[in-house]
Design a protein around this ligand. Sequence first.
Ligand code: PLP
Length: 408
Amino acid sequence: MNDIQSQLVFNFFVYTNNIEMSYLAKNYNRKKISFTKGKGSYLYTSKGVKYLDFVQGIAVNCLGHAHPKLVKTIQNQSKKLWHISNAFKIPEGEKLAKKLCQKTFADYVIFQNSGAEATEASIKVARRYFYSIGKPHKNRILCVKNSFHGRTIAAIFASGSKKMVEGFGPKVPGFDHFIFGNHKSLKKNITKNTAAIMIEPIMGEGGIKVIPDWCLKELRKLCTKKKILLIADEVQTGISRSANFLAFESSKIKPDIVPIAKGIGGGFPIGAVLMNKKVASAMTPGTHGSTFGGNPLAMAVGNSVIDIVSSKSFLDNVKKLSKYFFVNLNLLKKKYPNIIREIRGKGLLIGVQLYTDQSKFIKKLMGKRLLTIRAAENVVRILPPLNVKKTEINQALKIIDDVCSKMS
Ligand SMILES: *Cc1c(COP(=O)(O)O)cnc(C)c1O
């Protein structure tokens, strides 16, 4: 067969088997279903079938789908200015950076476009700081084994996950690892070359494992004593997801560097590095940059998101909803002690840990029109929008109850 003949045979095969050819690479195992519309906590297929979306783009759409204020912001800004480059002053970015600093420990901000970029930039800030004070040998980052900091070449080696780095060598040097919750392993791995310890206050992909406040306090003390920096990766936990604006706030500590991303754009890609004055002083002109990072369109959306999610009444409501969700999930755990092992998390970052593999369970929930997503350790991750309604939580609880009852 020549090329034309084989193309014809292929076309005929696709046609007769009614296969819709995808030109996207196969690096995702995508579900067959797709959606054409979203409103608040719900997603709709082209046929109008309605799903309760408790994934929200993996903790990204913190205000649900198509929030009217965000729609308006995008409409207004899109008529004015989208992109300009960081060669010029961007008032929308100045405004958002000021709000982020006034709300948090931070003195300065660098904007990026995604979580991995924000964690990588955080690593750069830590190294550059020690370089700037004449201690360039302090350049190693100590991370939690099997954590998650994104998918760039450096970030996968930061995770210490065998699976994520497979086939992507050579190994990126400069990362050490300790075991979650193992303080001996933590202390053992600090050397004179350690620049920073990087943790997720709540491990997201790793199974919704919360670092208790007392541990964060000890960690801060340890870093201060050893003169190393503390990086808290709040890409998933930040922007009120944990019922505090940033998850570490409940421990009253101050990290030195905090990458954020997922929630801050409410669905628009934004990443950022929050940092204190000490480390920011090392980021002099030319040390870091991003073409897209902090463009006016993104910044306009970020400003609208932060105005909504950081009011006290909004946070109080997240706390109330969270408590309600946790109490009722724990009742389900009591009702199905052979299925549900543990309810984990904080705020509206919730993990239901099962005794067995969670993928069938997630499929069954989806069959009843509830969308959830996996995390490690048999965890079903539940990420409603932060403005979810109590009736929607009830709906999800009922579906989880139904699925459990059919399994027991
Ligand atoms: C999602 C996530 C990242 C990576 O974010 P991307 O936008 O996918 O690059 C990094 N760190 C944590 C803790 C995350 O949850």
